[in-house]
Design a protein around this ligand. Structure first.
Ligand SMILES: *Cc1c(COP(=O)(O)O)cnc(C)c1O
Length: 372
């Protein structure tokens, strides 16, 4: 079935006892067993499995054409579960340009724990190849990457990883399974912040790991999910599953709006640079066109005049809200360097824009008046 249909139906059934069409919220922590201590209905204790989490995981796996999915309390917990499934002294190749929290987690938590990590420019296959070692177990990619929206050639990096006996894990948060299919391009696992587009309404924090194969590595991630217990609540799962119903249609609208805004900004005299994979000026536009069916709702803009000029725009926007995160219906804007602090690689005059589902002309009018 096609993705729009899966987004509406996957993992959901009419409730057998009430006929409820929308899925009931199951807050029970424990489930009745049979007198012989078996669980004929499949549920034992809510950390182990819960009907709302099962529905979400089934849907996430189907949307990705994957074999299985594990939902977590945040993408950071999902990311940590992948690294916890490795062993001390294993080696990870990770992107220089990636979600700030992923690099921080590797440096602050997993390097002291014993993982060896090299950060490389994932847009340069020669640099990826040079970083691979016999101990390399995971090559982590994130594309388009946050906050410069650089594009990694998933098929090329996955082939390099496999050639070295490593797995390729792709953080697909910015593109989603609607616009980009990492498993089909060779990735082994896909990671999501469901906090962003999958939840889609800025009202739930969550993460997920989706696996192409139900192999021993995924079983380890599943065991970490259950034993370490960084699970999403039933209501979190319910909210993400609800958000997923409209994901394909939202991603198309986010992409259309963002291309309109990016095109406007690229022609504006107060703008130094626009970073959006859908623009012909983007350094990996050709790769993006090949591996994405749309370019997503995220873009960054560097304004003329440095940090103060960026702050001036923040002070003048009316429709955009100055806030972190992305993927909701409302447009957001933030000065990424301020959020990331001293270790940031984000340029001082850069503003990151999450283009929402407002009318694009209203967004353009707001940016026009704010840029002055
Ligand atoms: C937001 C984000 C994360 C972290 O998500 P949390 O749910 O806040 O842990 C990871 N990767 C990417 C690409 C993100 O945008």
């Amino acid at each position: 079935m096609r993705i729009e249909t899966l987004a509406v139906h996957a993992g959901l059934r009419i409730d057998a006892t009430t006929g409820a069409v929308a899925p009931p919220l199951h807050t029970a922590t424990t489930f009745e067993h049979a007198p012989d201590s078996t669980y004929p209905r499949g549920f034992l204790y809510s950390r182990t499995a819960n009907p709302n989490r099962n529905a979400l995981e089934e849907c996430l796996a189907e949307l990705e054409s994957g074999a299985a999915a594990a939902a977590f309390a945040s993408a950071s917990a999902a990311t940590a579960a992948v690294f916890q499934a490795l062993a001390p002294r294993d080696h990870v190749v990770a992107p220089l340009d990636a979600y700030f929290g992923t690099g921080k987690l590797l440096r602050d938590v997993f390097a002291p724990w014993g993982l060896a990590v090299d950060f490389v420019d994932m847009t340069d296959p020669a640099a990826v190849k040079a970083a691979l070692r016999p101990a390399t177990k995971v090559v982590w990619i994130e594309t388009p990457s946050n906050p410069l929206w650089r594009v990694t050639d998933i098929a090329a990096v996955a082939a390099l990883a496999h050639g070295a006996g490593a797995r390729c894990v792709c953080d697909n948060t910015a593109a989603t399974s609607v616009l980009q299919r990492p498993l089909a391009l060779g990735a082994d696992l896909v990671v999501y912040a469901t906090t962003k587009y999958l939840g889609g309404h800025g009202d739930v924090t969550g993460g997920a790991v989706v696996a192409g194969r139900r192999d021993t590595f995924f079983e380890r991630i599943r065991a970490i999910q259950i034993s370490a217990g960084a699970i999403p609540s039933p209501f979190d799962c319910w909210l993400v599953r609800r958000g997923l119903r409209t994901l394909p249609w939202r991603m198309r609208a986010h992409s259309d709006n963002a291309l309109r805004v990016a095109t406007f900004l690229a022609a504006h005299p107060r703008v130094e640079a626009v970073h959006y994979p859908g623009l012909a000026s983007h350094p990996e536009h050709a790769v993006a066109k090949r591996q994405m069916s749309g370019f997503g709702g995220m873009l960054s803009v560097q304004v003329n005049g440095g940090r103060d000029a960026a702050f001036a725009v923040e002070g003048k926007v009316r429709l955009f809200t100055c806030a972190t995160s992305f993927g909701g219906t409302e447009s957001l804007l933030e000065h990424r360097a301020s959020v990331e602090g001293a270790a940031t690689r984000s340029p001082d005059n850069l503003l990151r824009l999450s283009i929402g589902l407002e009318h694009p002309d209203d967004l353009i009018d707001d940016l026009a008046q704010a840029l002055g």
